[in-house]
Design a protein around this ligand. Structure first.
Ligand code: SAM
Length: 275
C-alpha cells in the first residue's frame, strides 16, 4: 500500500488565498512537513483546522528527513509538505524531498497556491510569455558578479527575490550591470494591505527603493535587447559563468544560445575553444 506526498501552496500574505482543497488536505493528512512548526500551527488555527502532527523540514533537516518521511508515504500515509509561505520548492525547501520521492517511485501530487514569483511577473507589465526565475542572487563575491552578468545578458524577463534590507544594494548592482535605463518593476508586500508596484527605470527604482526598503519584494527586470550581434567574448564569458554554476557543457550551450538569441552551432564552437 502506498500513500502520497502532497505539495501544498500557502498564502504569501492574505489568508483568503488558501484554497478549499488545501484546507481539506491540511485537515485530513497524516502529518505536515513544514519549515516552522509554530508558523504552520498558527495557520491551521487561523483556518480552523484540527492540529495535525507537524515535522520540521527546513534547509538543515530536509536531507535527513527524506528517509523517515518517505518511509511513511510507502507505508500508506498522506504527508503534506508546506513552506512558511507560497509554494514549497520555490526558494524554499522541498526540491530534495520531491527528488527522493520520485526516485523511489512514490506518488507525488500538488495543490497549487500563491507564489510571489508569478504574482509579481503578471503585475509588472513586462513581457511574461518567456521568463527566467533567478530566485535570490548569491550574496557576494565572484558567484554574485557572474550571476549579475548572466542576468544582465538575459533577453527574457528575469524575476528575482530579495530580502528587504538588501533591496537597494541589489538595485545598485543591477544598474551597474544593466545600465540605468533598463526597465524594472518592484512588487512590494503582494496580497497584503500595503501592496504596491513600482514600475520605471533602474535609475528611478533606486530613488524609490531608498524610501521603501520595508516589507517583502520581488524584482522583475526587463530582458536585454536580443543580442544577435553578441561578440564571441561575451558569449565565452556567459559560457564560463554557466559552467561555474555547475551546468554541463551541453546545458551551458543551450542556456547561452537561448539567452543571447545566438545560433547554437556558433555557441557550441565557442564552447570547444574553452575546453
Ligand atoms: N516560496 C515562496 C514563493 O512561492 O513565493 C518564496 C519564499 S522566499 C524564502 C521569500 C521571498 O519571496 C521574499 O524575500 C520575497 O522576495 C518574496 N516574497 C514572498 N512573499 C512576498 C510578498 N507577499 N510580496 C513580495 N514578495 C514576496
Amino acid at each position: 500500500m502506498s500513500g502520497r506526498l502532497v505539495l501544498v501552496g500557502t498564502p504569501i500574505g492574505n489568508l483568503g488565498d488558501l484554497s478549499p482543497r488545501a484546507i481539506e488536505l491540511l485537515g485530513s493528512c497524516d502529518a505536515i512537513a513544514c519549515e516552522d512548526t509554530r508558523r504552520t500551527g498558527r495557520l491551521l488555527q487561523l483556518v480552523g483546522v484540527e492540529k495535525r502532527p507537524l515535522i520540521t523540514v527546513n534547509d538543515h533537516t530536509e536531507y535527513d528527513q527524506r528517509g523517515p518521511l518517505l518511509d511513511r508515504v510507502s507505508a500508506g500515509e498522506t504527508i503534506v509538505l508546506v513552506s512558511d509561505a507560497g509554494m514549497p520548492g520555490i526558494s524554499d525547501p522541498g526540491e530534495r524531498l520531491v527528488a527522493a520521492a520520485a526516485e523511489r517511485g512514490l506518488p507525488i501530487e500538488v495543490v497549487p497556491g500563491p507564489t510571489a514569483m508569478t504574482s509579481a511577473l503578471v503585475l509588472s507589465g513586462l513581457p511574461g510569455a518567456r521568463f527566467c526565475f533567478e530566485g535570490f542572487l548569491p550574496r557576494k563575491g565572484k558567484e554574485r558578479t557572474e550571476r549579475l552578468a548572466a542576468v544582465a545578458g538575459e533577453y527574457r524577463t528575469s524575476v528575482l527575490y530579495e530580502a528587504p534590507h538588501r533591496l537597494v544594494r541589489t538595485l545598485e548592482d543591477l544598474r551597474a550591470a544593466c545600465g540605468g535605463t533598463r526597465r524594472v518593476a518592484l512588487a512590494r508586500e503582494l496580497t497584503k494591505m500595503h501592496e504596491e508596484v513600482f514600475r520605471g527605470s533602474l535609475d528611478e527604482a533606486l530613488v524609490w527603493g531608498a524610501d521603501h526598503e520595508i516589507g517583502e519584494f520581488v524584482v522583475v527586470l526587463e530582458g536585454a535587447e536580443p543580442a544577435a550581434d553578441a561578440t564571441d567574448e561575451q558569449l565565452v564569458e556567459a559560457l564560463k559563468a554557466e559552467l561555474a554554476e555547475g551546468r554541463s557543457g551541453r546545458d551551458a550551450v543551450d542556456a547561452v544560445a537561448d539567452s543571447f538569441g545566438a545560433a547554437r552551432r556558433r555557441v557550441y564552437q565557442l564552447m570547444l575553444s574553452i575546453n
